[in-house]
Design a protein around this ligand. Structure first.
Ligand code: CA
Length: 425
């Protein structure tokens, strides 16, 4: 392994009760930013139905970080993430000890316990990072192939560069929103066959099932990372829905790529799951043929077995799972994406968000967006309430969930959700 991982033993139990089906057992400890009615905005970790207040633990002198500058009493995780992997690992190890009671200083201090353990349903969650930049990749071979068949040559669906380069583009950081924030259907230029475009509300609104990672430690302008070095710069992962306006996209993307079609909203889940928590779920990544150029070769190539589902909830009627995919299908790994991102000397900063690209799997029930599922609207989905969907309607909510499971061990992401509101006038 290029990095030593802080794996919390699967048999360890928290001293507070955690439901067996919870996404947040003591083996997970994902980081987020929260506030309560009577307290400021600060950092926490999720544990079952609790949020553990890291600022309270730090002020009590229980975390292995210098007291100044305070890393946890802030509106973002940026300062903590910038402190680097040795600090992340030390804090995680200490939290496991404090929350299991093997270090009794939290368990045996009733006053501190009542301050530091906050019921999650009393918390408002916030964006975990101040996001400097957002980059989205295009790393699923199945997705790129399916889209290529729809819009290009079915016999040569992948572009000639695709197996050599982790394709990506620089997206829009200002419109990344937290799960639960609804958004208006975008307005835009819509293509009209054989004529000039129309102005109007998007008619082909889609979701994209993605994950994303946050950059922890920055790089300097003019330096490059190898894939094996890149892993140490990845703080953790979230679920992401890269909402997409397909009709606007089709008209505007030539020749520079997506712009307004993906600029109106990108939703992420609130809890950042660390690579330490995911280490028990490492699996081989797909074999690459042809071998990539040397700057993209990995000494320790791996993926993570993370099950992903997409639920569509109409405004009226029951929700239904419309996709079951898995992070492990991705052809290009996060390490390769980050190595490629710095390959020109481009620097990355703490809090940069890097999307995986739509994650489609090999089967028809594992497709990561409606564009693929409905073949660009030609084969609408049937919903249990008798309705159909070629693309999203006003009032539709999309809920993406992710979990890694092995035996009784489960490390989850919670969910990212968002609802489509009617277009602005
Ligand atoms: Ca995308």
């Amino acid at each position: 392994m290029s990095a030593m991982f802080e794996i919390i033993d699967a048999s360890l139990r928290a001293f507070v009760e955690v439901d067996e089906g919870s996404d947040f057992p003591i083996q997970n400890l994902p980081y987020g930013i929260f506030s309560t009615a009577d307290g400021g905005v600060r950092a926490g970790v999720a544990l079952g139905a609790w949020v553990v207040d890291l600022h309270a633990l730090d002020r009590a002198g229980l975390l292995p970080v210098a007291p100044e500058p305070a890393l946890f009493g802030r509106h973002s995780l940026n300062a903590f993430a910038a402190a680097g992997r040795p600090t992340w690992r030390a804090v995680r190890a200490r939290l496991a000890a404090l929350l299991s009671g093997s270090d009794p200083r939290l368990r045996d201090d009733a006053a501190l316990r009542s301050r530091a353990l906050v019921p999650m349903d009393a918390c408002t969650l916030h964006l975990p990072f101040e996001i400097a930049s957002y980059t989205d990749f295009y790393s699923s071979e199945e997705h790129a192939t399916n889209v290529g068949k729809l819009f290009r040559d079915p016999a040569n669906a992948l572009t000639p560069n695709w197996k050599h380069i982790p394709i990506g583009y620089n997206g829009r950081a200002s419109s990344v929103v937290l799960s639960g924030q609804d958004f208006h259907r975008p307005m835009g230029q819509l293509p009209v066959a054989g004529g000039p475009p129309e102005w109007g509300p998007c008619r082909q609104l889609d979701f994209e099932l993605e994950t994303a990672f946050f950059v922890g430690t920055e790089t300097r302008l003019g330096t490059r990372l190898s894939p094996d070095q890149a892993t140490d710069h990845i703080f953790g992962m979230v679920l992401m829905n890269d909402w997409s306006a397909r009709d606007i996209q089709r008209w505007e993307y030539v020749p520079l790529g997506p712009f307004q079609a993906k600029a109106f909203a990108t939703s992420i889940s609130p809890w950042v799951v660390t690579l330490d928590a995911l280490a028990p779920f490492r699996v081989p990544a797909p074999e690459q043929d042809p071998a990539p150029l040397s700057y993209l070769r990995e000494g320790d190539r791996h993926a993570y077995d993370i099950e992903l589902t997409v639920e569509l909830r109409p405004a009226a009627g029951d929700g239904t799972i419309i996709t079951r995919s898995n992070f492990r299908h991705l052809y290009w790994t996060m390490a390769q994406q980050l190595a490629h991102h710095t390959s020109s000397g481009c620097n990355v900063r703490t809090g940069d968000l890097m999307g995986s690209g739509t994650i489609s799997g090999p089967s028809r029930d594992a497709l990561g967006c409606l564009l693929e599922m409905t073949e660009n609207g030609k084969r609408p989905l049937s919903l249990p309430d008798g309705g159909t969907r070629a693309f999203l309607q006003d009032g539709d909510e999309i809920v993406i969930r992710g979990q890694a499971r092995r035996g009784a061990l489960r490390v989850g992401f919670g969910s990212v959700r968002g609802r489509v509101l009617p277009a602005l006038p």
